[in-house]
Structure formats: structure tokens, C-alpha cells
Design a protein around this ligand. Sequence first.
Ligand code: NAD
Ligand SMILES: CCCCC[C@H](O)CC\C=C/C=C/C=C/[C@@H](O)[C@@H](O)CCCC(=O)O
Length: 229
Amino acid sequence: KVCFCDTNGELGTKTLSELQSKYGEGNAMFQTCDVSLQQPMENLFKKVKETFGCLDIVCNNAGIGGEVYPLWEKTIDVNLKGTTRGTLLALEHMRTDKGGKGGVIINISSAAGLNVNPLSPVYSATKAGIIALTRSLAMNSEVKSAGVRLNVVCPAFVDTDLIKEINDDNCLDVQKASKFIEMIGVVSKEVVVDCFMELVRDVNQNGAVVKCSKMDGTQYTSIEVKPVT
Ligand SMILES: NC(=O)c1ccc[n+]([C@@H]2O[C@H](COP(=O)([O-])OP(=O)(O)OC[C@H]3O[C@@H](n4cnc5c(N)ncnc54)[C@H](O)[C@@H]3O)[C@@H](O)[C@H]2O)c1
Ligand SMILES: CCCCC[C@H](O)CC\C=C/C=C/C=C/[C@@H](O)[C@@H](O)CCCC(=O)O
């Protein structure tokens, strides 16, 4: 069973029909929802719990690029605040000490958050924040004992609308970006999905941050964690 949300109602409804005809009407749900808004997101999580009984896997995937005002501010609202909101709501619903059944949260960051991205600094900062948020929660002892795992996927360039829509608002130099993308290469969506599914299945990878790139393949990054006493 799956529920997904997006601000794009038309595309969401089309995808919902495809999922329902493949997996059955009762097994897929779509809600138009903006991840940057608290109340609609709270309502959505409640509705999923009421409809499906519990939440096992949550993926915070919504993301945009924007480097020029007011888009840079919206980029922080959607990417960093939206992912933080989705992560904290997922935790509330999953943690065993609050009536949940445990589960896994997988957040979508970017190679631009692991390395740097001089052509999209605000985007890069939001993606670095997602990595820090996710890793920190994954290493929190109360979260661990409440049965919730967290991981981050950091794709380099992927064949989606996001890179087809690079322009002067979301990138500081479109020409340099095109050359850079050509140099690094673009992975298919399937590569990112495989990486996501591996993290869902592997219960021994709590806290792992995985990069998927055409140039370097799929790599687990190492994380140093100093124990807090
Ligand atoms: N495409 C890439 O090269 C690439 C690389 C690294 C990371 N990513 C990340 O992957 C994730 C998915 O992006 P994508 O490449 O599929 O791009 P995309 O533009 O195809 O998909 C992003 C989706 O997010 C939705 N969205 C935007 N704002 C929203 C909001 N406020 N609330 C709810 N939904 C919202 C959009 O309508 C769209 O359907 C993003 O977090 C992106 O930053 C993409
Ligand atoms: C140069 C890109 C400018 C466009 C930015 C858009 O707003 C959205 C960018 C989406 C993904 C960006 C990923 C960027 C990654 C790079 O900074 C770099 O770290 C990738 C390295 C890839 C590798 O190591 O294989």
C-alpha cells in the first residue's frame, strides 16, 4: 500500500490511476499537499494512519532548485523545512514508544549536499542540512530504541525534470552547469530506486548515506560518530 503527495495535482492523479490499475484501487492513495505547510502535512499523516493502519516506510523526496530571491527562500522552505517536517511527523507516527510499529525513513538529498555545488549554493546548503538532520536522528539513542531507522540517498544528476528545467533562477551559470552535467553524466531513475530499495531492506544500514552517480557508481559514505555520554 502506498500514499504519495505532490503540489502537482494533475500529474499525481495520473500516477494514482496507473498505480491503482496495477496494484488495486485500495492500495494507492494520492493527496495534493505542499510539504512546506505544517497543518496539511499533519492531516495527511493522520489520514494515512487511519486508512492503512500504520506507516512502515516514509520517503521525503520533494525538492526544488532556486538561487534568486524569492525562489532561494522557497528552496529552503521546500527542501530543508519540508524534509524536516516530513521526518519529524514520520517519527511521531512510527516510534514504538508512541504507539507506532517502528519503520524506516529515507530522505532524498543530493551529491550537492555531500560535496559542494558552486553553481547552486542555496540548493547545496539545503541538501547538506538534510544529511545532517538524517544522520543525527539515526544516531540518536531514543530514536534507535523506538525502532526507527533513517537513511539518506544522495544522487548526482538524474534523468528527471529537475535538470531539464535548469535556468537563471535556479542556477548561477546555466552554460557552465550544462558542461558540468555532461562531464559527470546522468543516471537513470531506476538506479536511484534500486539504491532506495536496498536501504529499505537492509536493517543493518541505519544512518548510511549513499551516493549514486554516473561517474562513480553507487557508494556508501563513511560516517564518524563520537558517542555522546
Ligand atoms: N534530478 C536530479 O539530478 C537530482 C539530483 C540529486 C537530487 N535530486 C533530488 O531528488 C528529488 C526528486 O527530484 P526530481 O529529480 O525527481 O525532480 P522533479 O522536479 O521531477 O520532482 C520533484 C517533485 O517535487 C514536487 N514538489 C515541488 N515542491 C513541492 C512541495 N512544496 N510540496 C510537495 N511536492 C513538491 C514537484 O511537483 C515534483 O513532482 C528532489 O529532492 C531533488 O532535489 C535530484
Ligand atoms: C551544476 C548544477 C546546477 C543546477 C542545480 C539545480 O538547481 C539542481 C541540481 C540537482 C542536482 C545537483 C547535483 C549536483 C552535484 C554536484 O555538485 C556534484 O557534487 C556532483 C558530483 C558527482 C560525482 O561525484 O559523481
